[in-house]
Design a protein around this ligand. Structure first.
Ligand SMILES: *Cc1c(COP(=O)(O)O)cnc(C)c1O
Length: 426
């Protein structure tokens, strides 16, 4: 009895978790029994299934979402002679900035909307003007934070006007829809209507998982071939791509069957067939996964509604139906007099795991120099108020209730005791 009274790990509610079912396991076991473990038919099959789902012509699967961002940046910056500048919103995971930096770009941060954390057209304009002083703005990477889509049409217009390419970081947003504007209805997130490429991650906390995995989606077949080549050492075996005739052709002018060319400097970013098997069976369930996340988000919103003076769900962008990667709430920690760390600890003591997405990149030791002398008030304000609550497919409504009740109890008790102590001291 005494043991039962102490908290067990089972009672912990994680902030995110994968859903693996029997069909996923069967799919992986079948792949293990096949002739291919790494690059085989399931890579192609997964790429085609993903592209079909999103409504885009080409998908190239790779080792993770970071690799996807790197491969897209690298391919799109390849023809750039001068030092290119990549514009990245400050409110994102470090991969969005690290990938273009590793691909040779200098990174300039853009501020974000304080309510949604998304880069706006004004934020981009301001960043482009700054970037033009230090180099050639070439690339912009809008991030679809929490699953909500950045204003792509406006971002694309600005980018085109400045001769820049657009790579969407859609790692949070697989399966969502967004308004494409001018009454033209909804598009699937990552459909590249307003971008050159979109990037996805299949990490276990994302909507669909492969353990580790990523993909670049794009409309242009030339770009897809380039990304595919970069995925594996810049190596091609396609005779149509050969640029050197030295040893490519035999005495009769026929392509040598063993010939290959290395055309770009790259590394190995391949994803194995085994993981694509998991990706395929997971992708079959995307609609169910997304429907469940939306339903849990709505349940949170309903349950939180009476406490809007203390805790508010993230502000919704009109005209979108996001897949909700994260359940972010905003709490005005400063004016309520609550320490975020104390709240996170208190929630953890009650078996509820939370996170902060993200510490803005301009604050990170690695990126501080890039951000020197500039202000990111929107990013600061978003960061100061954000907390990510648990959200995952297998979460039950009563777990949402438990999270909301516990959160509201702790927050209102702290806020009340602060008000009382303020009254006492004044
Ligand atoms: C997860 C994520 C990535 C990186 O994906 P990995 O598969 O973990 O490499 C990049 N950007 C954002 C916004 C992400 O959430």
């Amino acid at each position: 009895m005494w043991v039962l009274a102490t908290k067990s790990l089972d009672a912990m509610i994680p902030y995110g978790r994968q859903h693996i079912a029997a069909d996923d396991i069967e799919s992986v076991v079948r792949a293990l029994d096949s002739d291919f473990l790494t690059t085989g038919p399931l890579v192609d099959e997964f790429e085609m299934a993903l592209a079909r789902k999103i409504g885009v012509d080409h998908g190239v699967a790779c080792s993770n979402g970071t690799a996807a961002l790197y491969l897209a940046s690298s391919a799109l910056l390849a023809s750039c002679r001068d030092t290119p500048v990549a514009i990245v919103p400050t409110m994102t995971f470090t991969a969005t900035a690290g990938a273009p930096a590793m691909a040779g770009a200098r990174v300039v941060f853009a501020d974000v909307d304080p309510s949604t954390g998304l880069m706006t057209a004004e934020n981009l304009e301001e960043a482009v003007a700054y970037a033009a002083q230090i180099g050639t703005p070439k690339l912009v990477l809008p991030v679809h934070l929490n699953g909500q889509v950045a204003p792509m049409k406006a971002i694309c217009d600005i980018a085109r006007r400045h001769g820049m390419v657009v790579v969407e970081d859609a790692c949070h947003a697989l399966g969502g829809t967004y308004g494409i504007g001018d009454g033209e209805g909804n598009g699937m997130v990552g459909d590249c209507t307003f971008s050159d490429a979109s990037c996805f991650s299949f990490h276990p906390v994302k909507t669909v998982t492969m353990g580790e995995g990523g993909a670049v989606c794009m409309a242009d077949s030339e770009l897809a071939r380039h990304v595919k080549r970069l995925r594996s050492h810049g190596l091609t075996r396609e005779s149509a791509d050969f640029t050197s005739s030295q040893s490519a052709l035999d005495g009769q002018g026929r392509p040598e069957p063993w010939h290959y060319e290395i055309q770009d400097l790259s590394l190995n970013f391949r994803v194995p067939d085994i993981l694509c098997a998991l990706g395929l069976s997971q992708l079959n369930k995307l609609d169910t996964f997304v429907a469940r996340r939306r339903s849990l988000f709505e349940h949170y919103a309903r349950r939180l509604a009476p406490y809007a003076d203390l805790v508010r769900p993230i502000e919704r962008v009109p005209g979108q139906d996001p897949s909700w990667h994260l359940m972010v709430v905003h709490i005005d920690f400063a004016s309520l007099g609550i320490a975020r760390g104390a709240l996170v600890r208190a929630l953890r003591d009650e078996g509820i795991c939370t996170q902060v997405h993200y510490i803005p990149l301009h604050r990170q030791p690695l990126w501080q120099a890039q951000a020197k002398g500039r202000r990111f008030d929107g990013g600061e304000r978003y960061f100061a108020r954000s907390l990510s609550l648990p959200l995952f497919y297998d979460m039950a409504e009563d777990q949402v209730d438990r999270v909301v009740d516990t959160l509201v109890r702790i927050v209102s008790a702290t806020a009340r005791s602060n008000t009382q102590s303020v009254r006492r001291t004044s």
